[in-house]
Structures are given as C-alpha cells and as structure tokens.
Write a protein that binds this ligand. Structure first.
Ligand code: ZN
Length: 65
C-alpha cells in the first residue's frame, strides 16, 4: 500500500491513495482551488432536503431470500 500523498501515513484501502477521508477531502479541495470556501449563491443543499428522495436500500448479503 503506497503512502498517503497528503501526510505520508499508510494509505487506507477505502480512501486510497489517501489514509483517510480527511486527506482525500484536502486533496480534492486543492484540486478545486478552494472552491468550498467561495460562497456561490443560495445553498443548493437546503433545496435538496425539500424533495423526498427514496432511500437506497441497504443490501444485506446475510439476508438473501
Ligand atoms: Zn493522510
């Protein structure tokens, strides 16, 4: 497993090549040029909550019928 490019710790399989979601987010933020810090009009995330969306069903391999 290669080292995390952000902090040089051992990378985690779930977040490779990073060691954690935090490092992955940090890298993404760099790619976007800090877009997260720029307020871009009304928050679209609030709008999202008004629409009930079907929840993805959790697929359990233990519960195969
Ligand atoms: Zn890291």
């Amino acid at each position: 497993m290669p080292a995390c490019p952000m902090c040089k710790k051992a990378a985690a399989l779930a977040y490779r090549p990073f060691c954690s979601k935090r490092c992955a987010d940090l890298d993404l933020g760099r790619w976007l040029g800090g877009a997260y810090a720029i307020p871009a009009g009304p928050a679209e995330e609030d709008e999202d909550e008004e629409q009930p969306r079907p929840r993805p069903r959790l697929i359990s391999t233990d519960d195969a019928e």
